[in-house]
Design a protein around this ligand. Sequence first.
Ligand code: NAD
Length: 340
Amino acid sequence: MRKIFITGGAGFIGSNAAEYFIKKKWKVYIFDNLSRKGTRVNLNRIHSKISKFYFGDIKDFKKINLILKKVKPNVILHAAGQVAVTTSIQNPRKDLEDNLVGTFNLLESLRKNKLKSKFIYTSTNKVYGNLSNLKLLKKKFRYEFKNSKKGINEKKNLDLHSPYGCSKGAADQYVNDYARIYNIDAFVLRQSCIYGINQFGIEDQGWVAWFVIASIMKKKFNIYGDGKQVRDILYIDDLCDLFHKISVSKKKNKSIIFNVGGGNKFSLSLLELINILKKKKLNSKFTYSKWRKGDQKIYISDNSKIINQFNWRPKINPNKGIDILIKWIKENKTVISKIF
Ligand SMILES: NC(=O)c1ccc[n+]([C@@H]2O[C@H](COP(=O)([O-])OP(=O)(O)OC[C@H]3O[C@@H](n4cnc5c(N)ncnc54)[C@H](O)[C@@H]3O)[C@@H](O)[C@H]2O)c1
C-alpha cells in the first residue's frame, strides 16, 4: 500500500486530503501540533481510519526527521503552517519559523536521508503581492482585470507582501531550489482560495466558510474595503483530486510551480457571495471597514499550466460548493458554535 504523510493533517486541507487518500486505499500518516481551533474535531473524525497520528511541531527537526526516516512515505503533502496574514503581522517571528523553518526541516530530512518521497507544497497566490500595477475595471458588484482576462500565470514576478507572503514565498522558492539542486521530486502549488467542509473559517482566513458560518449563526461579519474584491474559489474535493493526480503521476517535470484555483469561471466577489446566500434564504449581517494592507482587489488563477500537465480541472462550481458547505454547517451547528 502506498503511504502519504500529511503535515497539518488535522487542518482543513490536510484532514480532507487524509479522507480522500484513505478512500483511494492509501496508508495515511498525519503530523500536526493541533494549534488551530477545530483541529481536534477534525482529528476525531479521521483518527480511526488513519495509520498513525504524530503530535509534533514542524519546527522540531529531530522529531520530524526520525519520523520520516521510519515512515518513508511515497508522498509528503506539506500543509502545516501559520495561515493568516493578520497573525503574521502581529507575530512575524512565529510566522517565519512555522512556514519557512518548518518547510526547510522537511526538505533537509529528504536531502539528508536521500528519501525518494514526492513532495507537494501548499503555497499561495499571495506570493504575487497586491498586483496594484494591473489595470482594473470597477463593476457594480466586482472588480475585473482590464487586460489579464485569463488570470495570473506563473510568469508573473514574485512580489512578497506581508510577513505571511514572505515566509510562504521564501519556502516556495526553497522547495523549487531543492528540487533543482538536490533532485527532490517536488511540486509547488500556488493555491488561490480553497473552501469547503471541515473548514473552521475565521475573519483572518477562510472567508467563504466564515461568511457562510456567520450567516447561518446570525453573527455580524466585517467587509474590509468595498466588497467588490474577487477571488477564484476552489472546492476542496477538486484540490484533493489534484493532489492525487500529482501523487500517482510518473511524469518528471522541469518546471514544478503551478497556479491552482477555481479559475475565471469559478470566481466570486464578497458581494456576489452575499447575494448567493440571500438567494438561498440566508441573510448576512455585515459592516464595512477600511481596506486591509496589501489585500488584492482581485486575484484569479490562470490554471492553463496545471490543466495541461495533469489533465485536471475544477469541477465543483461555487453554487454547488456553497450548497455542500451550508449543509455541513447546518448538520454540525453545535460543534461549530463551540469552536467559535
Ligand atoms: N485554505 C486556503 O484557502 C489556502 C490558500 C493558499 C494556501 N494555503 C496553505 O495551505 C496550507 C493548509 O491550509 P489550511 O487552510 O488547511 O489551514 P489550517 O489552519 O486548517 O491547517 C494548518 C494546520 O497546520 C497545523 N500547524 C500549524 N503550525 C504548525 C506547526 N508549527 N507544526 C505542526 N502543525 C502545525 C495546524 O494545527 C493546522 O492543523 C497552509 O500552509 C496554507 O498556507 C491555504
